[in-house]
Design a protein around this ligand. Structure first.
Ligand code: AMP
Length: 120
């Protein structure tokens, strides 16, 4: 899927739209979701133009990947959900529920979470 440089997370990365930053590293930005679905709901995004998880795993450099996964670990620890429990969610492409076409991992926790997927 071609990267759309006008997607909302690209605009956040360019500083065109404000965000509530949790962590800002060389290759990664983490910020609070604007419509949190749990007490902790942080989005972790690579700064590079990747749409999906598989694209990131195959095309991003080792440095970008290490930085991204270390940032996710920091967010998990720093928000306290490492102790209380959490879920990582990545929706990929429209059929996978992806609304913003820039790779992001949702770090969700701070309450008892429901079933992984709706049943039926
Ligand atoms: P997804 O459906 O996995 O693509 O998730 C997109 C997420 O981005 C949703 O949880 C939205 O609430 C969130 N979101 C959309 N716009 C913003 C924004 N400007 N700042 C923070 N989060 C946003």
């Amino acid at each position: 899927m071609a990267y759309d440089p006008n997607n909302i997370f690209a605009r956040i990365l360019r500083g065109e739209i404000p965000n509530k930053t949790v962590l800002d590293t060389t290759f990664t930005l983490a910020f609070h979701d604007i419509e949190p679905q749990a007490p902790v709901h942080v989005l972790v995004i690579p700064k590079g133009p990747y749409v999906t998880y598989d694209q990131f795993l195959t095309e991003a450099s080792a440095e970008e990947q290490l930085d991204f996964f270390a940032a996710i670990a920091s967010v998990i620890r720093d928000t306290g959900v490492a102790e209380t429990g959490y879920r990582l969610i990545t929706n990929n492409l429209p059929a996978g529920g992806q609304e913003v076409p820039h790779l992001h991992v949702h770090v969700v926790g701070g309450k008892t979470l429901g079933p992984m997927l709706p049943r039926g």
